[in-house]
Design a protein around this ligand. Structure first.
Ligand code: G6Q
Length: 543
């Protein structure tokens, strides 16, 4: 079998050889040999400090990884994205989420047209609407101001808004309630409206296509709930529903006045859309000025990604390090561990961003891939995770590279809490890297039989990201950082990071099964014997 285009690159081949040479190298040794390692293997940009010294890399590793980025054409690929080339080849679309945060006056072309003015026109309309809702000028059907905002959306139309709301809760209107409904499981809707007065509730139906099963089912249920409470049909719907979508026709069909529709474009992928009109709930929560602050953060990271030399480029460095473990060490996962309670939904958000983007088995040319692509992303905030799964990161048999995320200042200074929090994040990366030898364990008076249990082999890699304080600006930078890590890796793996065909099959089968569950007559089933039996059992049990 001939090598794939990636495996054929000189840098890839060199990395494979280099891996064999250095795979046993110990971080303890690397630090002992170089008193300046902590300083040298660090980079800082856009107010984010990245310490990557606790990675199993040498100068040579970095040189080869950077050569891999060059030889893979990453630079050209970045330019192609910013230029509006249709790099989402399987959907024949441009990938221009960077235009969503371009400042007024910038120019980003799509099919020869500058899209930045349209982006700002929508942002201005969103700001106007958000201000009216926040000030109480926007009235519900009975004349009451809005106190409750419910975003209805799923996937990219939910995970970003939920994450951003939680992350920026400190900046949010505390006299308003924000809830998010995504699941077609009726419990999600039922719980989301408990305690809400329909007269004070605004639903934002967020759906790029406005045809998504879950979202449309929830939107109809929401309308029934509203009208049951308020009466008034069309008039009430108009005051309590707005839409974020690219599909004006379907929005109008639902009964939402398209004057209350906020648009975006087919060059924004769902999982790259939290900074588009999909962020309307975020904007209502934190206000237009904070939302624009977040966009400025995104933009700062975009500019850094586009212009910084790769050896100082945070997304490129982190993308390469991730690839090093994924493709050479065979690591299957990446743990993202924010030491910031407000980022509790950040790992869940990243799961879609990373795994829907880079969980692919063919190249952009449709060729089978003979190397590993996207790793599994997971995580929880620290210190909670330390009392749960960190055991496995420290002493398990798998290699789990970690991204620690820490902020120098807290939004809630309470006694010694923040020093304790930060002491823990530093302690974790130190413990992972250097471990504890049998001699050290013994020297503490541990009986011989217990020594193996208490030993930490160390040499477990991590990055530490340090920022000043969690602001809208910082959040934008952090999200853009990970977007561009995904981009970097996708470019090297030669995959289309912007499609998601893998979600289609299950969706189509569900459409076929729904009538089989609902029909009054016993349906004729033609699935496999397992699926047939499950369907029959469910029909019998539900009565
Ligand atoms: C994201 C995906 C997917 C999408 C949802 C919701 O990149 O495309 O998660 O966001 O399926 O789609 P709609 O916004 O069209 O309802």
């Amino acid at each position: 079998m001939t090598d794939s285009a990636l495996r054929a690159l000189p840098a890839w081949k060199a990395l494979a050889g280099h891996y064999r040479e250095i795979k046993e190298l110990r971080l303890a040794q690397l630090f002992a040999d170089d008193a300046k390692r902590g300083e040298r293997f660090a980079a800082e940009a856009a107010g984010i400090y990245l310490d990557y010294s606790k990675n199993r890399v040498t100068d040579e590793t970095m040189r080869l990884l950077l050569a891999l980025a060059e030889q893979s054409g990453l630079r050209q690929r970045i330019e192609a994205m910013f230029r509006g080339d249709k790099i989402n080849v399987s959907e024949k679309r441009a990938v221009l989420h960077v235009a969503l945060r371009a400042p007024k006056g910038a120019s980003i072309l799509h099919d020869g047209q500058n899209v930045v003015p349209e982006v700002h026109a929508v942002l201005d309309r969103m700001a106007d609407f958000a201000d009216r809702v926040r000030s109480g000028a926007w009235k519900g059907h009975t004349g009451k101001a809005i106190r409750n905002v419910v975003n209805i959306g799923i996937g990219g139309s939910d995970l970003g808004p939920v994450m951003a709301y939680e992350a920026l809760r400190h900046y949010s209107r505390r006299d308003m309630n924000f809830r998010f409904v995504s699941n077609v499981d009726g419990t999600d809707f039922a719980e989301a409206v408990i305690g809400f007065d329909p007269a004070e509730t605004l639903f934002i139906v967020s759906s790029k296509t406005f045809t998504t099963l879950e979202t449309m089912t929830n939107a109809h249920t929401a309308r029934d709930w509203l009208l049951a409470g308020l009466g008034g049909a069309a008039a009430a719907t108009a005051r309590h529903f707005v839409a974020v979508s690219t599909n004006g026709q379907e929005v109008a069909k639902f009964g939402i006045d398209t004057a209350n529709m906020f648009g975006f474009w087919d060059w924004v992928g769902g999982r790259y859309s939290m900074d588009s009109a999909i962020g309307l709930s975020t904007m209502i929560a934190v206000g237009p000025e904070n939302f624009r602050g977040m966009l400025a953060g995104f933009h700062e990271m975009d500019e850094h990604f586009r212009s910084a030399p790769f050896e100082h480029n945070l997304p490129v460095l982190m993308g390469l390090l991730g690839l090093w473990y994924n493709d050479f060490f065979g690591a299957q996962t990446v743990a993202v561990l924010p030491y910031e309670q407000y980022l509790k939904r950040f790992p869940a958000y990243l799961q879609q961003l990373t795994m829907e983007s880079n969980g692919k088995h063919v190249t952009w040319d449709g060729e089978a891939i003979d190397y590993d692509t996207g790793p599994i992303y997971w995580g929880e905030p620290g210190t909670n995770g330390q009392h749960s799964f960190y055991q496995m990161i420290h002493q398990g048999t798998r290699l789990i590279p970690c991204d620690f995320i820490a902020f120098a200042r807290t939004l809630n200074p309470l006694g010694r809490h923040h020093d304790m929090l930060l002491a823990n994040v530093f302690a974790q990366s130190e413990a992972l890297a250097f471990g504890k030898t049998a001699e050290q364990v013994k020297a503490e008076g541990t009986p011989d039989w217990l020594v193996p249990h208490r030993l930490f082999e160390g040499n477990r890699p991590s990055n530490t990201l340090m920022l000043d304080v969690l602001t809208p600006l910082a959040l934008g930078k952090l999200v853009a950082l990970y977007e561009h890590i995904v981009f970097t890796q996708g470019a090297i793996w030669r995959i289309d990071s912007f499609d998601q065909w893998g979600v289609e099959l299950g969706k189509a089968l569900a459409q076929k099964i729904i009538p089989e569950l609902e029909s009054a007559e016993e349906p004729k089933l033609a699935h496999d014997s397992s699926t047939n039996l499950l369907i029959r059992r469910y029909r019998k049990l539900k009565g």
